[in-house]
Design a protein around this ligand. Structure first.
Ligand code: PLP
Length: 509
C-alpha cells in the first residue's frame, strides 16, 4: 500500500522540489509576507477629518507580492491545467470541446463585444439582426415553430420549456401534477421538473438501454403534464421509439420535452419537429461552439412546437417595418401570444449567440451534417476498436459517445477510477466515469467531430495496453497512479469527511 495524504506531492528527486519545468507552487498567502507591497504608495496626507474614522485599524493579512510574482503564480497554475489545446479530451456527455478560433474572434469584434443591453434599439440594429439570424438557424435546423433565445444554459432552457408546458396546461384548465423522466436522463431533467412544482416519476430502461415503452404506458395518466426525454440518451443511444413515445404522450394530453443537449449527434440529419417534440433546449455551448466546462457563460435557446410557441417568454426580437424591434411586454407581444414571463433581465448570452452564428455561417447546413456524421463515426470507431478488450453493455452501434462498463475489470482489483488515474499519467484527460448510473462502473467516451484518426489510434492503443496490464494482475501499478502529476491521488474519503475549505494564515508569534 502506498501512503496517501490529502495533498501528497510527487516525489521530485530534485533539490528544489521542482520537476523539469513544472515548478512547485505554494499558495499566494504562503509566498508573500504581509510586510511587502507590490507598489510604492505615498503616505496619506491631507485626509479630511470625516474620513479618518475609516482608516484601517490593523493589518488585513493580504500577501505583499510584486506584479511578476503574481503573474508567474497564475501562469504556473494555468500550466498545471489540462486543456483541449494541450491534448485529447474523451470526456463523455460534454459534446463539442474544440471551438474554432474564428468564432472567438467574431464575438470580440468591436461594436459587438462592447454593447450595453440598455442601449437604444436604434443603435443595436446589427445585434438584433444577429439574434434574429441565429433564431432562424435554430428554427431551420429543427423545423420547429418558435424559439426563445434568452435561456442562459441547458438547464435554464429546460426550465423555460417546462414553464411553457405548465402555462399551456394551465391554459387548458389544469397544470397537472407529474413529469415523467426516464432513468437514463441527465440529472438536470428531474431537477427542472421538481423546480417547476411537478412530482417526478421515473421510467425504467430496457436491457437495451432505451425507454421501456410498456412501463411508460403504465405510468401515463390525466395527472401527467409532460415527459422529458434525452435523445440521444445518456447511454449514447438513439431512442428509436421516439415517434411512438411522442404519440403516447400526446394522446394522454401531455407534452413531449426533448432534452437537446446532444443535438450535436443529430444536427443536419433529423428535424426535431418530425420526432413529435413540443419543446427542446439547444446548448449553444455544446453544439454551436463556445468553450464550456470552465464555468463560463453558455446559452440554452429553447425551440417550441406550434402548441407551445405562444407561451414562449419575453423578450424577443421581431422584424418590424422600420427594422428590428424588441418585444418587451405582453401588450407588445400581441393578442395571440401568452408569454409565461421572463427568463432573464435582458436578452440572454449575446456573446454565445455570436459565436454560434459565426459557426453556423462558416459550416453551413452541409457542414453541420458532416459534423454530426464525424462525431458519430469517431465514437463508433472507439467502440469498435475497444469493445474486445473493454466491455460494452449494449449491442449495436452508438451515437456520439461510446459507453463501456467495468465488467472487463472483474476480479482484477482495478476499478474504473484506477484506470482513469492511470490514463492521467499517460497524458490523457480521463473519460466520464460512473455516469450514466444505469450501467455499473461506467466509462463514457466522447471523442467529438474534431479528432484525427492518429489521435484516436494513439488513445486506443493506450487504453488497450492499460486494459492488458489490469488483466495481467498489475493492480499495484493502478493503485499508485497517478505517479507523474504535480499532486498524487487524493484520499477522497478523508477529503469528503474532513474537508479543509479555508486556509488560515499561521499565527504570528
Ligand atoms: C449538459 C447537459 C444538460 C445541462 O446543460 P447546462 O448548460 O450544463 O445547464 C442537460 N442535459 C444534458 C443531456 C446535458 O448533456
Amino acid at each position: 500500500m502506498t501512503e496517501v495524504h490529502v495533498f501528497p506531492s510527487a516525489p521530485a528527486g530534485t533539490v528544489s522540489g521542482n520537476r523539469g519545468l513544472t515548478v512547485e507552487e505554494p499558495l499566494l498567502f504562503e509566498m508573500g509576507g504581509e510586510a511587502g507591497c507590490g507598489v510604492d504608495l505615498p503616505e496619506p496626507r491631507d485626509v479630511p477629518d470625516h474620513l479618518t474614522g475609516f482608516a484601517r485599524k490593523g493589518r488585513i493579512g493580504l500577501p505583499g507580492l510584486s506584479e511578476p510574482q503574481v503573474v508567474r503564480h497564475y501562469t504556473r497554475l494555468s500550466q498545471k491545467n489540462y486543456s483541449i489545446d494541450a491534448g485529447f479530451y474523451p470526456l463523455g456527455s460534454c459534446t463539442m470541446k474544440y471551438n474554432p478560433r474564428l468564432n472567438e474572434k467574431v464575438a470580440r469584434t468591436t461594436g459587438l463585444g462592447d454593447l450595453h443591453p440598455m442601449q437604444p434599439v436604434s443603435t443595436v440594429q446589427g445585434a438584433l439582426e444577429a439574434i434574429d439570424a441565429m433564431a432562424a438557424w435554430l428554427l431551420g435546423l429543427t423545423g420547429m415553430a418558435g424559439v426563445a433565445m434568452s435561456p442562459a444554459a441547458g438547464a435554464h432552457g429546460e426550465l423555460c420549456g417546462v414553464m411553457a408546458i405548465r402555462a399551456a396546461q394551465e391554459a387548458k384548465g389544469n397544470p397537472r401534477k407529474i413529469i415523467l423522466v426516464p432513468e437514463s436522463a441527465h440529472g438536470t431533467n428531474p431537477a427542472t421538473a421538481a423546480l417547476c412544482g411537478y412530482s417526478v416519476v421515473a421510467i425504467p430502461a430496457t436491457a437495451e438501454g432505451r425507454v421501456d415503452i410498456a412501463a411508460l404506458k403504465a405510468k401515463l395518466s390525466d395527472d401527467v403534464a409532460g415527459l422529458m426525454l434525452t435523445n440521444p440518451n445518456t447511454c449514447g443511444l438513439f431512442e428509436r421509439e421516439v415517434r411512438e413515445i411522442a404519440d403516447l404522450v400526446h394522446a394522454a394530453g401531455a407534452f413531449f420535452y426533448m432534452d437537446g443537449a446532444n443535438f450535436n449527434a443529430l444536427i443536419g440529419r433529423v428535424k426535431i419537429a418530425d420526432l413529435g417534440a413540443d419543446a427542446m433546449h439547444i446548448n449553444l455551448h455544446k453544439t454551436f461552439s463556445t468553450p464550456h466546462g470552465g464555468g463560463g457563460p453558455g446559452a440554452g435557446p429553447t425551440v417550441f412546437s406550434q402548441a407551445l410557441a405562444p407561451f414562449a417568454p419575453l423578450p424577443f426580437v421581431r422584424r418590424g417595418d422600420d427594422g428590428f424591434e424588441l418585444v418587451e411586454t405582453r401588450a407588445q407581444a400581441g393578442a395571440d401570444a401568452h408569454p409565461f414571463g421572463r427568463m432573464k433581465g435582458f436578452h440572454g448570452q449575446f456573446g454565445v449567440m455570436l459565436r454560434a452564428l459565426a459557426y453556423a455561417m462558416s459550416l453551413g447546413k452541409d457542414g453541420f451534417r458532416q459534423a454530426s456524421g464525424d462525431a458519430v463515426l469517431n465514437a463508433n470507431y472507439l467502440l469498435a476498436r475497444l469493445k474486445d478488450v473493454l466491455s460494452a453493455p449494449f449491442e449495436g452501434p452508438c451515437m456520439h459517445e461510446a459507453l463501456f462498463d467495468d465488467g472487463f475489470l472483474k476480479d482484477t482489483g482495478v476499478t474504473t477510477l484506477d484506470l482513469a488515474k492511470a490514463l492521467i499519467d499517460e497524458g490523457y484527460h480521463p473519460m466520464t466515469m460512473y455516469f450514466p448510473l444505469v450501467v455499473h462502473g461506467a466509462l463514457l467516451m466522447e471523442p467529438t467531430e474534431t479528432e484525427s484518426k492518429q489521435t484516436l489510434d494513439a488513445f486506443i492503443d493506450t487504453v488497450r495496453a492499460l486494459a492488458a496490464k489490469a488483466k495481467a494482475g498489475e493492480a499495484d501499478f493502478f493503485h499508485a497512479a497517478p505517479r507523474l502529476t504535480p499532486r498524487r491521488r487524493l484520499d477522497e474519503t478523508l477529503a469528503a469527511r474532513k474537508p479543509v475549505l479555508r486556509w488560515a494564515p499561521p499565527k504570528a508569534e
